[in-house]
Design a protein around this ligand. Structure first.
Ligand code: FDA
Length: 311
């Protein structure tokens, strides 16, 4: 592992830096590398732009770790605004992503669930899918419980993110398969203790393939599993392309997903070859922790930041 990765993940949690940088003009400009802008309209404008080259979108209002009910209720209000804004956008496929600590998970599970139910009900009215992001392993159990509860209550448009870096993931997927889950499979962006996560990248990647094979199995697809392959890793993408060809899996049974600002060439190439592609598109003023996690994934990105400051 790159030691800089740990440094950026540590910085991502420093509130004073967040407060300092979130309002700084130059920092805001640099944030545009991974963030569509500060407002919902910035997100919609970029969504339309990306859709011109065939990508579907998952729109995310940045925010996490809210500390009081008022902030969580305000975050939920923003999601009602998103749904209201996109409900009539029939010309392209746009879904929503959110984080549970943005919806009040740190206050209580019940409060968070109540907040979410309202959003899910509103989204369901307009056939909009909602995916629950996965945060650090401290939240995995509670996030899975809330996902299961929403599915049990009939919110079939709810999806969940699962991380291949966690050793528990194979078991979690086994337990989810009977409900035919929509799973956005990623590697995991948080610093995790060695007790719960693979420490070597090759093990995280091998686990990704193992779990993805489970999600793409004939039985899982029959049950309604819909794998969302959320990675920029060309080896995993090539593996998937071969696997679906060899197993005659139709191209509408899964989709690739990538983050806004990363490998647009690869995104467009997959669309050109007939694959479904969805771009995770964040907007908002709380961009700092998300942005730092993007630097942690690829510390070489820091040159881009330095160049931006220099200019
Ligand atoms: P890997 O890190 O091996 O990178 C493969 C290649 O991709 C690199 O060689 C590089 O070319 C490119 N790349 C990757 N990251 C880059 C970056 N930041 N800048 C520039 N190039 C980069 N995580 C999480 O814990 N919870 C979540 O809810 C989500 N949600 C989510 C949604 C979607 C749609 C995606 C694509 C990813 C997430 N993630 C996430 C993030 C995920 O866990 C992971 O940290 C990143 O996707 C990077 O991992 P890769 O799979 O791309 O592989």
């Amino acid at each position: 592992m790159n030691p800089l990765k740990d440094v950026f993940l540590f910085l991502s949690k420093q509130k004073f830096l967040q407060d300092l940088l979130s309002t700084s003009g130059p920092a805001k400009i640099i944030s545009k590398r991974f963030i569509s802008g500060e407002t919902l309209e910035d997100g919609i404008t970029m969504a339309k732009e990306l859709n011109k080259s065939g990508s579907k979108i998952s729109l995310d209002n940045l925010g996490e770790s809210v500390e009081n009910e008022q902030a969580a209720l305000e975050a939920a209000q923003e999601y009602y605004k998103i749904i209201n804004r996109i409900k009539s956008e029939d010309s392209f496929d746009i879904s929503i992503s959110l984080k549970l600590t943005q919806m009040g998970l740190d206050i209580s599970d019940e409060f968070c669930l109540k907040n979410l139910r309202g959003i899910m009900a509103e989204a369901q009215k307009f056939n909009k899918l909602v995916t629950i992001d996965m945060e650090s392993s401290a939240y995995t159990d509670r996030t899975l419980n809330i996902f299961r509860q929403l599915r049990k209550e009939g919110f079939s448009g709810t999806g969940i993110v699962i991380q291949s870096c966690l050793t528990r993931t194979e078991n979690d997927i086994k337990n989810l398969l009977p409900i035919g889950p929509r799973v956005r499979l990623c590697k995991g962006a948080y610093k995790e203790p060695a007790t719960v996560a693979f420490s070597k990248k090759q093990d995280v990647d091998a686990n990704y393939i193992k779990v993805l094979s489970m999600l793409l199995s004939e039985e899982a697809l029959k049950k309604g599993s819909y794998p969302e392959i959320a990675t920029h890793d060309e080896k995993i993408i090539d593996w998937t392309v071969d696997f679906v060809k060899n197993n005659n899996i139709a191209l509408d049974k899964f989709e690739f997903q990538m983050l806004y600002g990363i490998r647009r060439d690869l995104q467009e190439n997959l669309v050109k070859h007939g694959y479904r592609m969805r771009v995770y598109l964040p907007y908002g003023t709380h961009w700092y922790p998300y942005y730092m996690r993007r630097l942690a994934e690829r510390p070489a990105n820091v040159w881009f930041v330095l160049k931006g400051i220099w200019r």
